[in-house]
Design a protein around this ligand. Structure first.
Ligand code: AMP
Ligand code: MG
Length: 488
């Protein structure tokens, strides 16, 4: 186990030429305090839990001091935001402190989000508020526990320093961990400046560190692009299957490693609504829930474009060409597992019809699938708990009869299927209202108990946790008024 002083730094990104970033120090905040931390994320750095109580660690993760070996930088990137190219974005409030090598040989970049202004702040204050930091912290760790590729969150450090959004709020910093924070936009910035060499050098860097199998290829770039497309397809299959809406799928929020990146106005489905728009600012619904797989495909074309200097247009378009099939196959496999069926055309039909039934009857997506785990496939079984969720009983009965027949025909064993389905249909997700309750307690009462409780609960989303039954319920009426937007 490491202590703060024994952490080993290996700052790969900072060894790239300065074209990719600016060296910048975090701006200190007064009297920082620990809001919450993730023991699971802490373990990625081999840090002993006792370290979390040390003032030196809090000061470091508040951006008030750097440790020997850290090389603080803000990365440059650009991106397509809501379809329009913005030539310079970059880490406007995130500062990479360095990369820690753990005992297992994994490298984890340690980044502070909300660490003050950088050369890329574009008039912003470089800060993050406690509210959005709690959402990012909880969701990063919840997504990981759901088995979805994501950046991680180590902790939140708060400070009473005021931050002005619609109202006055207080500042917080989330310590994020990821193997790399390189985005599609990290490539775009050089392409649109007509700088070919930096594109190649960045691709070489990403390949060498994160796609090492490709290093030996004579021409690794097409395969690199193909693998990014495959990872992105898998990520979209995960999101669609669990009912996660990112909210701001700009190319600068697309990870080159296929990770869920930059949690802002995200939302999980409550009642199934394919056109669900979680971001209050997204008035056109560009990033609606059911648009996400297509948006990712569009974003991949933007990445492919930047690599055209390294390959022909045909090669680039071929490299991302498998995306729709891979997404479709992976999504069907995930959904079939959630329904306890082997993937195939019969499963596909039953899934589509169930989704339609849920959408038409405003049925809670997560609750339906969790209750489906206990489906009784015997002839004539009523399956009342599931049936009660659907207003149109006749339509439900017709679907349930088909589903039961399919299960019987496969010789599916109810008890075994239930156990398998419970491992892929979460009971607990980070519903907006749960985050909201934790945020209010934290912001209004300085009570971080609920954030910690929710974090602990969401680390085991597939387990029955009877004492937390109410956390698995549909949102209360007041939750409809919650609005989340880009302002964070
Ligand atoms: P996002 O929509 O959060 O992914 O942010 C888009 C861009 O705006 C990124 O370049 C961010 O670094 C930048 N940004 C967001 N909030 C702030 C802020 N408070 N201060 C400076 N830059 C910001
Ligand atoms: Mg972003």
């Amino acid at each position: 186990m490491a202590t703060l002083e024994s952490l080993v730094f290996d700052n790969g990104f900072a060894r790239l030429p300065e074209a990719y970033y600016s060296r910048v120090c975090p701006t200190p905040v007064p009297d920082p305090y620990l809001v919450c931390y993730s023991p699971e994320a802490l373990a990625l750095l081999d840090l002993d839990e006792g370290e979390m109580t040390r003032p030196e660690l809090i000061e470091t993760l508040a951006g008030n001091q750097l440790l020997p070996g850290m090389d603080a930088i803000a990365a440059l990137y650009a991106g397509h935001q809501f379809g329009h190219y913005v030539p310079q974005l970059g880490d406007g409030r995130a500062i990479l402190l360095g990369e820690v090598k753990n005992a297992a040989g994994q490298g984890w970049e340690v980044q502070l989000k909300g660490a003050g202004r950088t050369p890329y702040s574009r008039g912003g204050d470089g800060r993050a508020v406690l509210r959005s930091s709690i959402r990012e912290f909880l969701c990063s760790e919840a997504m990981h526990a759901l088995g979805i590729p994501t950046t991680r969150a180590l902790c939140i450090v708060g400070s009473d320093r005021p931050v002005y959004r619609e109202d006055e709020e207080t500042a917080a910093l989330v310590t994020r961990l990821a193997p790399s924070f390189v985005r599609f936009g990290s490539f775009e910035v050089f392409y649109y400046r007509n700088q070919i060499e930096p594109i190649k050098q960045l691709a070489d860097y990403v390949i060498a560190r994160y796609y090492p199998d490709l290093k030996t290829l004579a021409d690794p770039y097409p395969e690199f692009l193909r693998q990014v497309a495959l990872r992105t397809a898998e990520l979209m299959a995960h999101w669609q299957a669990v009912g996660f809406s990112h909210g701001v799928m700009n190319t600068d929020n697309m990870s080159i490693l296929g990770l869920t990146l930059d949690y802002g106005p995200f939302g999980f489905l409550d009642a199934l609504d394919p056109g669900y728009v979680c971001n209050h600012s997204d008035t056109g619904g560009r990033y609606a829930f059911d648009q996400q797989p297509d948006v990712a495909a569009w974003n991949l074309t933007k990445l492919a474009q930047t690599l055209v200097p390294l390959m022909s247009v045909e090669t680039a378009s071929q490299a991302i060409g498998e995306y729709p099939q891979v997404f479709g196959k992976s999504y069907l496999e995930r959904m079939a597992a959630k329904f306890g069926l082997p993937p195939g055309s019969e499963a596909s039909g039953l899934i589509m019809d169930a989704l339609q039934l849920m959408a038409q009857n405003h049925v809670d997506y997560t609750i339906f699938l969790r209750r489906l785990c206990d489906f009784d496939s015997r002839e004539g079984a009523l399956n009342a708990p599931l049936r009660d969720l659907v207003l149109d009983r006749a339509a439900f009965d017709a679907w349930a009869a088909r589903y039961a027949a399919a299960l019987r025909q496969q010789g599916s064993n109810d008890a075994e299927r239930a156990a398998a389905m419970r491992a892929v249909n979460p009971k607990y997700i980070l519903r907006n209202h749960l985050a909201e309750i934790a945020i209010r307690r934290a912001a209004d009462e300085r009570d971080y108990g609920e954030v910690n409780r929710l974090h602990a609960l969401l680390m085991h989303p597939f387990d029955e946790q009877p004492e937390f039954e109410s956390y698995a319920a549909e949102p209360p009426d007041w939750a409809r008024k919650i609005e989340v937007s880009c302002s964070s």
